[in-house]
Design a protein around this ligand. Sequence first.
Ligand code: C2E
Ligand code: MG
Ligand code: MG
Length: 605
Amino acid sequence: MNNSSENSNQGNILIVDDVPDNLRVLSTLLNHHGYKVRNVIKGSMAIRVAKSGFPDVILLDINMPEMNGYEVCELLKSDPDTEEIPVIFLTALDEVMDKVKAFQVGGVDYITKPFQIEEMVARINNQIQLKNAKTEIKKLNRDLEQRVSDRTAQLEAEIVERKKAEEKLSFMALHDPLTELPNRTGLMARLDRVFQRVKENSDYMFGLLFLDCDRFKVVNDSLGHLVGDQLLKALAQRLQLCIKSSDIMARFGGDEFVIILDDIKNLENAIEMTEQILNQLSLPFYLNDHEIFIGASIGIVLGTKEYQDSSHLLRDADIAMYQAKASNKTSYKVFDREMRDRAVQRLQLETDLRKAIERQEFVVNYQPIINLKTGKIMGFEALVRWQHRERGLISPADFIPIAEETGLIVAIDRWVLQQACHQLRVWQREIPQAFPLSISSNLSVQQFTQTDLMQQIDRVLSETELDSQYLKLEITESALIENDRLAQTMLEQFKKRHVLVSIDDFGTGYSSLSYLHRFPVDTLKIDRSFICRMGELGDDGSSIVDAIVTLAHHLGMDVVAEGVETKDQLAYLRLIGCEAAQGYFFSKPLSSELATELLSKYPEW
Ligand code: C2E
Ligand code: MG
Ligand code: MG
C-alpha cells in the first residue's frame, strides 16, 4: 500500500477513501510529489493509523459506508492524540459545503473533486506548515511556561531566603549572640510590655532581678575569654532552669543578667526566687577540666505602678545590686528609697571628684613611720586628702573607692606621687640632719596596671630630682596576686631602679605569705585591724601578729605595723622584733607644714 519516492519526504499523508481507484490515483500523484502515503478504505482504520502517529495530514473522503468522513473527523478532533492532525476533506462539488465549514476547529480544509494536483499539494503544504507553526508555538509556550514556573520557584526560594535573613537580622538586633537571650534592646521592649500590664491591671505585679557575677573578670583573666564565654553560656542555661516559662531573662551586658519574674504576689516571692538562683549559682561549673565557682550579686525591685518609666526600674535594680555587692553579708538586696538617695549622693561626689583635680582641691598629708630600734622617723606615708569646697575635708575612705571605680584614681595617684617625691626632696635639702628618710606613696590597682607606670615614675623621679632608693610604693596584696604576671615584671623593674615596695594592709586580703614570697617585696605592712586586736601579751591577736612578723622575717622582708595607738602595742611590737610602726600613738597624718615642723625638731620616740 505504501508508495515511496526518491525525493526527500515532504510529509506523511494518510488517504481515507472507500474507492480503491481513487486511492491509487491520488497516492501515486502524491508519491511523485515526494510524500509518503498510506491508504486506508475505512474510517475506523483511519483512526487507528492516525493514533499511531503516522500522518502529518489526513485526506478524508466524505462519503464512506460504516462511518462517513464527518464522523471520522469528529472522532479525530475530539481525541487529544489526534486533534492536531490537519484533515482535508475530499468532496464532490455537490456535497454540502456548509457541513464541511461547520468544523470550526483549526486544521480542517476541503478540496473539491476533480482534484487539481497542484492545488492539492498547495493545500497539503499549507496545512503541514500551519501544523508545524502551531507545534512550534505550543513548544514555545511550553518553554515559556516552564521558564515562568522556574523563575517563580526561584523567586519564591529567594523570598523564603530573604525572609529568613530578615528574621535572623531582627533576631540578632534583639538577642545576644552568645547566650541567645534577649539583649538590652530586646529586654527593654519586653519590659515595656510587662510594665504596660502593670498599668492596665492593678492586681498585676512583677519582680525585676538585676544580677551581676562576682569576680567574673578573674575567670576571664586567668582562664581566658573562651572559658569566660562558656561560663556565661552555662550560667545562662542554669539560670533558665530556675525560672518559669513566662518569666523573661536577658543578658544586659558583660556578666550582667536581668530576670523579669512574671506575675508575683509579693516581695517574698521575688526573694525566694533570688535565693533559689543564688543557691544554684553556688554550685560549681565544670568547664574544660576546670572547676569554677562563680558567685553573683542580685538587686531586687518590685514592678508596681508607682514607677513612671520602665527604665527607672532597671536603674533601681542596678542600685540595689551595687549595694548587694558592697555588702559582705548578703548577695542580694531589695531596693529602697534610701539607696537611691545614697546613689544620687554618690553620683554627686563622682562629679565633684572629676572637678576636684582641675580645681586642685587635693592635698597630701604625711604620716611619720618610726624605726622601732632607733625611735627615729625613718620616713613618711603620703596620704591624700580632699578639701571639698562645700563639704570640707573628705576622708580617702569615702572617695578613694569611687576614684578607683571611675578610674580617676590614676590621675590622683600620679599627682600624689609627684607631690610626695617633691616634698621629700625639699626636706632633703632643707633638713639634712633628719636623713635618711623615705617616702611611701600608695599605688592603686589601676595605677599599678598602667602600662606606662614605670615611665611615669621615672619622669617624676627625674623632675623632682629624687634618688629612687628613697621612694617606697605601697601596693595591696590583691593588686599583686590578681595581676600576677604583670606584677612580677613590674616589681623586677622597681628593684632594678632600687625603688622599694611595701605590701599594704597585709592580712585583709589573701594573706598568703608563701605566695608573696615569689615577688621581690621589701616590706610588709600589717593591717591596723590586727594591731588593734592585739591585747595583752600572749593572747590571740598578739600571736597572729607575732606569726606574721616571724614569717615575714623568714622571707627576708621587714615589717611595719600600721595603726599603733598605745604604748602596750608599741612595747609588744618592739619585743617581737617588728622593725617599724606608724600610728596615732606617734602622730596623725600631718599637713606638709606640720610635718616640716616635726622634722625640724627631729623627735625621737
Ligand atoms: P593605708 O594606705 O593603709 O593608710 C593608712 C591609713 O590608716 C590612713 O588612713 C591613716 O590615716 C590611718 N591611720 C594611721 N594610723 C592610724 C591609727 O593609729 N589609728 C587609726 N584609726 N587610723 C590610722 P587614710 O589616710 O584615711 O587612708 C585610708 C586609705 O586610703 C589608705 O590606707 C589608702 O589605702 C588609701 N589612700 C590614702 N591616700 C591614698 C593615695 O594617695 N592613693 C591611693 N591609691 N590610696 C590612698
Ligand atoms: Mg598605705
Ligand atoms: Mg595600710
